[in-house]
Design a protein around this ligand. Structure first.
Ligand code: GMT
Length: 378
């Protein structure tokens, strides 16, 4: 198949999933065309089946805001037409699903039928998408897609709850490349951070309010009262400054390091004892899956689709959003020397259920079904 993938190319779960999916499809022989405003982060090598088309966003004195959606739709039209694509797969509804709808209508006037699959990732539904400023367009463009997937059962449920959706949504979860995300031997790194055998807690996110990074810091503060521990925070975003100030107020600065946007996150995860994800909203929790693949148990909130991944009492623990006291108690259980090995082993076993080799065929089957249904309508 010839597949066009549209996504956000920067840091963020939906862009990572879209890029890894495209790479995986290319590996098994499909031709994949990325259509984005910037080269996707993880697309920095040559493959005969991978192509990149940059969206040209022209500015003009009249435009206070350049109309990105129009430039994207125009680029989709030309790529579908000249590369003879079989299907467009857009990741994150806003504005990709509506731009795809526009491209589809333009192509129809030229006698070209292009099936569109939209994948819903999370905040495009649970936060920004349901805001009245976008909701009518999100509802319309989901209903107009030829296929719709969501990354968890919970996200599917929320989509039906918040929007008037008339079509089926197929759940296809996030996946993981177990070749890249595996526990590596990094004893020297662990020694440098935890010279006295301290337990190492890790959190990675884009430091937005929904991630509740303050809960990570409070849990760490409490845990550290009863056992020597260190905390590594990977990522960056709007809450970072406030979190640094919180560490100063609590007096934990010597034991906390902010690592910023680190690409090789698997190296940090390889030395971690516990991963924290206390999010307020989280449709799946790809960062937790990456941790589990590196044999790190997860202490999470019960937001969104996280409990579909992190099994309470098995791969870690699931606590109510904001319940720092319970999270602290559960962190201590996991970190106890006699418990840690069991949790690590079960976290890895669970991660293997989301191996890209298991999930990618689900997308391929869904594309085939969508193409067949679209062509039979013609
Ligand atoms: O909202 C974000 O955190 C970014 C967002 C994205 O689309 O880039 O991430 C979402 O998609 C990921 C991949 O499907 C999921 O693993 C994340 O759970 C989800 N984030 C939220 O729902 C907050």
């Amino acid at each position: 198949m010839k597949i066009g993938i549209v996504c956000y190319p920067t840091f963020g779960g939906s862009g990572v999933v879209a890029t890894e999916l495209g790479k995986g499809l290319a590996k098994v022989g499909h031709e994949v065309h990325f259509i984005t405003y910037k080269q996707p982060m993880r697309l920095d090598f040559f493959s005969e089946n991978l192509f990149y088309h940059e969206v040209d966003i022209k500015s003009y004195p009249l435009f206070e805001f350049a109309p990105y959606e129009l430039a994207l739709a125009s680029k989709m039209v030309s790529v579908v037409k000249y590369e003879k694509l079989d299907l467009l797969h857009v990741h994150y509804a806003i504005p990709h699903a509506s731009a795809a709808y526009m491209a589809k209508q333009i192509l129809k006037t030229e006698g070209i039928q292009i099936p569109v699959v939209t994948t819903l990732h999370g905040t495009d539904i649970t936060l920004v998408g349901k805001d009245p400023s976008y909701e009518p367009v999100v509802t319309f463009s989901i209903n107009q897609s030829d296929g719709v997937t969501a990354v968890s059962e919970d996200l599917k449920r929320e989509t039906y709850e918040y929007f008037d959706i008339k079509r089926d949504i197929q759940v296809i979860p996030n996946f993981i490349d177990l070749e890249r995300f595996k526990r590596q031997r990094k004893e020297h790194f662990k020694m440098a951070i935890c010279p006295h055998g301290e337990k190492l807690l890790v959190h990675t996110s884009n430091f937005r309010k929904v991630k509740r990074v303050e809960d990570v810091i409070h849990v760490f503060y409490e845990v550290r009262k009863t056992m020597p521990a260190k905390l590594l925070l990977v990522g960056d975003g709007p809450e970072r400054d406030r979190m640094e100030r919180l560490c100063r107020t609590l007096g934990t600065c010597d034991d906390v390091r902010f690592l910023g946007k680190l690409e090789a996150v698997e190296e940090v995860l390889s030395v971690a004892d516990l991963f924290l994800m206390p999010s307020e909203k989280e449709s799946f929790g790809l960062a937790a899956l990456e941790a589990m693949a590196c044999e790190v148990p997860v202490l999470s909130s019960d937001a969104g689709g996280i409990p579909e991944l992190n099994l309470d009492g098995v791969t870690g623990f699931v606590c109510k959003v904001g319940d720092v006291e319970d999270m602290t108690a559960k962190a201590r259980i996991i970190l106890a020397d006699e418990n840690l090995p069991g949790f690590k082993e079960r976290a890895l076993a669970r991660a293997k259920e989301f191996d890209i080799d298991q999930i990618l065929p689900q997308y391929v089957a869904y594309y085939e079904k969508t193409i067949a249904a679209t062509l039979s309508e013609v």
